[in-house]
Design a binder for this molecule. Sequence first.
Ligand SMILES: Cc1cc2nc3c(=O)[nH]c(=O)nc-3n(C[C@H](O)[C@H](O)[C@H](O)COP(=O)(O)OP(=O)(O)OC[C@H]3O[C@@H](n4cnc5c(N)ncnc54)[C@H](O)[C@@H]3O)c2cc1C
Length: 395
Amino acid sequence: MSDLENFREETRYWLAQNCPPGARGVGQIPFGSRSIELEPDTALWLTRMADKGWTVPTWPKQYGGAELDRDQYTILIDELKRIEARTPLTGRGVNYIGPTILELGTDDQKQRWLPQIARGDGGWAMGYSEPGAGSDLASLATKAEKAGDNYIVNGRKSWTSDATHCDYIFVLVRTSPDKPKHEGISLVLVDMSQQGVQVEPIRLISGVSPFCETTFDNAIVPVNDVVGGVDRGWTAGKRLLQFERSTHAGINISGSQGGRTEESKIPQTVKSYVGMSAGRLADSALRDRLVRHDMNSHAQRVTQRRAIEESQARAPGFTSSAVKLTNALNIQEGDELVMAAMGSRGMAWSESQTATEDEIKTTQSFLYNKSLTIAGGTKEVQLNIIAKRVLGLPD
Ligand SMILES: Cc1cc2nc3c(=O)[nH]c(=O)nc-3n(C[C@H](O)[C@H](O)[C@H](O)COP(=O)(O)OP(=O)(O)OC[C@H]3O[C@@H](n4cnc5c(N)ncnc54)[C@H](O)[C@@H]3O)c2cc1C
């Protein structure tokens, strides 16, 4: 038996023994928040996987990982999927700031932050966007001024998802206002339990939302919590964005989620609404769209695998933008298809006598997924990156 076959067998055995029933199938997935209570099996699964180093399987052992190589990682993901085990830990800790610290942090930062992130001890929010800085992120105005061994942070960040349940936030701040705008930015780590950090949820037209606005009023950041160097935050911040985009794309192998793409349920759903005639989907126009979507989905899954295999790091660079964009467009295309098949049943927003719970969820996810071409950088921004950085077209 080859080493990899051995690894598969041992992994399969270990997972069968250690993955509790309540951690399989649809259910709770932790992102490290200390204020969200975990169900017993979710908590047990997280502890066992963290002890094994499999919440961050590719990280070095000294920082809480298991040092799996790419092939072993792929086997682990396959085996998790085989028994429908949920990922033990997700979020901006293991997927965004963790791998950024691993690549660009100091030894001290790695020792202080990474083992804690790997155990899911603390949820992380992301403080990039501001009222006047979205796509043009380098226009950000939140500032950090040095005072002895600390930086004092003042400003306002918008769309900080999940911030009400987070314990830490990584923030892009302006440390040198006199330098050209891309050169005076730093990436800092902020403890959200201090008085100088205030979080307000943002209500949307649909009611509750995970969005928040986070205000910094003389918030304190120790000087040794600047990641990637003072005034070097544009480089560190962009690398973090690649980790974010590759997570959206399913090709970030920092945590235990990369490559866990599910088989699409769309053909089944469409068939259940449109019906069959002579062994084929009754509506020929929808049939064409469904076939095209199925082919696109397959191509997307193969591309994700290839991107993981070809990347020399835990997430690729500019390729992330391309795979993130095609992933989002593919999901939206599938949603449109399901909506077309459902007709008026796809209009249900909240409980009604005619709509089932599944139908309401389908409509809500159709609406939510519209944000996939905005979050983590808009479709147009990704197209600009692909044009300039992947295709080498002139600025
Ligand atoms: C679900 C979701 C979660 C989010 N979570 C977070 C979070 O946790 N933390 C955080 O910091 N931010 C978060 N954001 C914010 C997100 O990063 C921004 O919405 C995004 O970067 C776009 O910025 P904007 O909304 O200011 O739009 P704008 O930048 O104002 O863009 C408006 C429109 O102009 C287009 N446009 C702008 N510039 C160009 C250009 N140069 N070329 C072509 N077209 C252009 C855009 O594509 C867009 O269509 C989240 C957003 C969403 C939808």
